[in-house]
Design a binder for this molecule. Structure first.
Ligand code: FES
Length: 208
């Protein structure tokens, strides 16, 4: 067991015992601690488990691997030294490569559910997009901002998924997992819990 202190944005602290073998993200999730959303469930594919580590702990933790470094680019206001993805803070042998896919429209629906709150602050969202100009170019970012200001959120997420998120994610996967391009895809009808549970059961059965 390890005692971990989680500090919310408000400054409220939660000190909990987390079992060895779990990740810091799982410790937060299992103890109902707010602020660590972990939308991808720990697959290093969303950056919503991002935290700033206390300075005295930066050097004590296992180093970030390249994939975590890549995904931190998606985090809100990352700090080059203190930012970490809590789902990556533990020793986890990567045994295999799995590509889980679902229809793009189902993915857009998930994004609308998880990130629909951006509609409450369109200007703030557009300011965030300004940070991607260097990566995607002014015209592309202005196109996304125009869609957002028009309230076309499904189009915003569809365009960003195609033009920004997927290329970065695929590049990272190709770089770190040599067999990723040949990985057998598992097709999900949607991202709902029923489809995920059925797919997980099928995969466990396949693994014997
Ligand atoms: S939970 Fe998604 S990157 Fe950590």
């Amino acid at each position: 067991m390890a005692k971990i202190t989680y500090v919310e944005h408000s400054g409220k602290e939660h000190v909990v015992e987390v079992a060895a073998g779990l990740t810091v993200m799982e410790g937060a999730r299992d103890n109902g601690i707010p602020g660590i959303e972990a939308n991808c469930g720990g697959a290093c594919a969303c950056s919503t488990c991002h935290v700033y580590v206390a300075p005295e702990w930066v050097e004590k933790l296992p180093k970030k691997d390249a994939m975590e470094e890549d995904m931190l680019d998606f985090a809100w206001n990352p700090d080059p030294v203190r930012s970490r993805l809590t789902c990556q803070i533990k020793v986890t042998p990567a045994l295999d490569v799995l590509r889980v896919q679902m229809p793009d429209e189902a993915r857009v629906q998930l994004l609308l559910e998880d990130y629909g709150f951006f509609a409450q602050d369109v200007d703030g969202f557009c300011r965030l997009l300004d940070g991607l100009v260097a990566l995607r170019g002014k015209d592309t970012v202005v196109h996304w901002q125009t869609l957002a200001r028009a309230g076309a959120w499904a189009d915003v997420f569809r365009a960003m998924m195609t033009d920004h998120y997927d290329p970065l994610y695929n590049r990272s996967m190709d770089r770190h997992y040599a067999g990723y391009a040949q990985a057998r895809p598992v097709l999900l009808p949607d991202g709902g819990p029923t489809a995920l549970a059925a797919t997980a059961s099928a995969m466990l059965a396949m693994a014997g």
